[in-house]
Design a protein. Structure first.
Length: 95
């Protein structure tokens, strides 16, 4: 199906705790724009410590060195400290 009918959507989780759906149809350029820099994939972990197979987080790869604000929601999802705005995306978007 065409992207105009079913555009690629991601969920943006901001450091202030708000979240909403955003367009990711342009791929890497959209990912980088939403997180504010180069991206790094981070697994979302279940309660047993196993990664989910269908989705992941994209974080700003330089977020800690840039002293970005702590992202409480993303940190809970990843079970590690995450800073900056984060995208939740289907893994298939990286193929």
């Amino acid at each position: 199906m065409s992207d105009s009918i079913h555009p690629k959507k991601c969920t943006l989780i901001r450091t202030d705790g708000t979240h909403h759906e955003v367009s990711c149809k342009e791929g890497l350029s959209d990912f980088q724009r939403h997180v504010g820099g180069n991206i790094e994939p981070v697994a979302i972990m279940d309660d047993s410590g196993n990664p989910y197979k269908s989705v992941l987080l994209l974080v700003n790869e330089d977020g800690q060195s840039e002293n970005l604000e702590w992202n409480v929601i993303a940190s809970r999802l990843a079970k590690q400290i995450i800073v900056g705005n984060v995208l939740v995306i289907p893994k298939e978007y990286l193929n």
